[in-house]
Design a protein around this ligand. Sequence first.
Ligand code: FAD
Ligand code: SF4
Ligand code: SF4
Ligand code: SF4
Length: 414
Amino acid sequence: MSAKGDMFYAWTNVSDIKGECGGAVTSILKYLLESKIVDAVLTVQKGADVFDAEPVVITDPADLVKSAGSLHCGTLLLPKLIKKYLNGAKDMKLAVTCKGCDAKAMYELAKRQQINLDNIVMIGLNCGGSVSPVLARRMITEKYGIDPNDVVKEEIDKGQFIVMTKDGQHKGIKIDELEEEGLGRRKNCQRCETKIPRQTDIVCGNWGVIGEKAGKATFVEICSDKGAMIFDGAVKAGVLATSAPEEKGLEIRDKIENVMIKMGKKNQETQFAAIGEGTDRLKYIMAETGRCIKCYGCIENCPICYCVECSTKKPHLVRPGQVPPDFMFQMIRFAHIADSCVNCGQCTDICPQNIPNSLFMHAQQVELEKMFGHKPGMDMELPVLAFAEEIDERARLNATGSDMIYENVFGEEK
Ligand code: FAD
Ligand code: SF4
Ligand code: SF4
Ligand code: SF4
């Protein structure tokens, strides 16, 4: 019997599962579907090419083989899809693969009663980072000298981003070198500190798998009682084989995690320093967001945004039809989200104006964390703003404010 905190090397016993490492994730998902512990699996699979990760809901265990393998250009965030398209898993049981940002978004959506975590099994994936599909294509053309349309597989291994082509070409370049030139992982991934998402039920990766099992097994850490039951069930059902991890492997995994966390913190310092401090930072943000065309992409995709009546659409706060919108548009977003931003990068990825939204929000989140000690996405602790009383400004001023103030704020008579 396994328990929270236990660690294993695990590999599939199912011949047609060709996983990224040992295929443990796909095997566990297969067990969850076949034993009817879940009704469906939400994960990603290759679309038109390796740069095109598409979300997929799988109900037939036979379809899982197509989703095996890691897509490092898969920058999707799955939890908001559960809220938007699967009724927040309120009436179905779901297993979901979760990078660190997915796991953190799960908790933030659950706190806001937008998804039912009791109905969700989170299968975590260690995450060294992901690469924007757009940048990946450019980088492969310009830096690798390879036509991205010829790439059939990509992987991140030993600090390199490696691509393989249909005619057997194989080329890797160090991620550090790529990032010095503004290429490589997404900027939010460079700042990320959630490398092994232990907020999930079971977390899987390749760090720490050494010796004869290197490349052939998945490193599994059990993170909850639910995870322990599922893992034991999968082993008992015969889809998974396991062995104890090597001592040296445990040390290596720990070491890599700590180095990656330190790198994330260092990148935060560098990227935040580049946007200045105090008034200079404010001016910088105002100038950058001055390109905004108010397409609402950042709002639609943010896992923290969920209000039915979005304040950025209230005419007394942000003038309708005004492009670029008043800075109040950005201020409302900062005020509503900054304490809970999980640095998932969706608001930057989606922005047609290339505004580094997640950098601005993450910089504020880190400042708020220093002040209030709240780290979003780690557990069910409520965000700082949960303790602020929400008031209807119009009603308050109607009751207490002078006629003049009311007219100035709302542009109409009281
Ligand atoms: P498989 O059986 O192959 O199953 C993998 C599952 O992950 C599938 O269900 C697939 O749909 C899902 N998946 C693939 N891509 C994504 C994605 N982008 N978002 C969400 N789900 C996805 N492990 C490390 O130890 N160190 C790392 O630095 C590291 N970086 C990673 C970066 C990314 C972007 C991803 C997606 C994974 C990373 N992993 C890392 C995890 C590792 O690549 C394997 O996913 C893990 O070891 C499980 O292997 P497996 O053979 O058991 O998985
Ligand atoms: Fe991975 Fe973190 Fe980037 Fe999410 S933000 S893809 S967890 S590195
Ligand atoms: Fe993710 Fe941006 Fe929302 Fe932060 S503000 S949680 S980075 S979408
Ligand atoms: Fe403005 Fe960009 Fe957000 Fe669109 S995604 S509303 S352009 S900041």
